[in-house]
Each structure stands twice: as C-alpha cells, then as structure tokens.
Design a protein around this ligand. Sequence first.
Ligand SMILES: [Zn+2]
Length: 232
Amino acid sequence: MQPQSIMAVGGHIGDMDLAAGPLLAQAVLDGGRATLVALTPGERGHPRLGIDEYKTQKIEEGRAFAAAIGAEFHVFDDISDGFLPVTDDVAGRLARLVRTTRPEMVVAHWRHSIHTDHEHASHLAERARFLAGLPGWDPAGGDRHGVAQLLYAENWEDERKFRADTYVPISDEAFEVWHAAIQGQAFARGETYGFRYIDYYAAQLIMRGCLARTRRAVALSTGDGARVAIID
Ligand SMILES: [Zn+2]
C-alpha cells in the first residue's frame, strides 16, 4: 500500500480493531500512519463483569492493541455504550480529531447494523468528515482538512446490504502483528458471549484474499457498489 494516513472510527473499543486492524497494521508497516477511534468504550459488553470494571479493562485493552500495531488511540470515554447520540457535539469532537490527525482515508461502520451505536457511529463519521472540511467551521479547532476517501468496514454485525467493492492486500507480517495484538482483547478471545471473533476475522481475511487473488485481504465498501478496486 502507498504510505498514507488512515483513521478508523468504531462505536466500541474492539470493533475497528477487528474489522480494520489488519489494514491499520499494514498502513504502519508501509510507512503510513494509523489512528484508532472508539466513540464509546463498549463497557456494557460483558455479561459477568461490572460496567466500571469492564470499562477500565476495555480502555486498557484498546490502548495496548493500538500500541502493538503502531496506531494512535482515542476513546470518547464519557459517552456510554448503548447511548451514542448523533449530534454535532460528538461529530464536532471527531471532526477536530480529523483536523489534527489529517487522514487521507477514514474507515467507518457500514450504515446498517444490529447495533444502533454502530449505525450512529457511521453517521457521525460522515458528519465529521463534512465538518472537518467545511470552510469557516470552528476556526479554533484546527485548519480544515478534506478526507479523500471514506470507506465502510466489513463487520459481521453490520452486514445488512453491505457489499464489498474495495480490497486491500494484507501481508503475512501485518497479519501476524494484528493477530498477536488482538489476542489481548477478552471479547475477541470469546470470553464474553463466546463468539469466535478472531477465527471469524482471520477466515474473512483469507476468503477476501481469494477474491482479490492474494493471500489475505481486507474488504471495504465505498457504499455505492459501482466498481471493484484493489488498493496495492
Ligand atoms: Zn460494537
């Protein structure tokens, strides 16, 4: 991949770590920059741990994952899991991060999901992209920045009407970096509700790699389904 700056925006810590983590790891290995943003910690995702205890754990897990793949980490830890609002206050906070980190590509949740937080996060990423590039918006929040591409991540929870049309090959090295880093997240290991996240996403990388005629690939969607592209 050409060196570039990529920001991935998830509803909860762990979402983009799984769906976009290999892509972010690849970007860093190729000389680019990666930023991982969670709009809530995802503290209600454990059936046995208390919310405060799991919130602390999630933030530690998210920070460690980002450090392991070489990404910058941000979490909006004052917004509650399950109650992510679509407001210009939240979109503005994200837009200021866009202006600070200046990504060429933003990776967002697909707009249809079984989680309202994911759907809201999708709208917030689009709104933040708009605000970040808007002349005269929040002059104190940094110089305006136009994000060249907004792409949607492939997440099994956001699959309704998702159609992959963009593939990014993932090297063995990037896969190994991601695979080692994601082991640090309890939910990904299946310790909350038992879903085999790591197996699922590792298999998805292989399946998409077959379609992209490479070993592994991350698939994304432009949302319009009009073309198929491979970014190498
Ligand atoms: Zn989530």
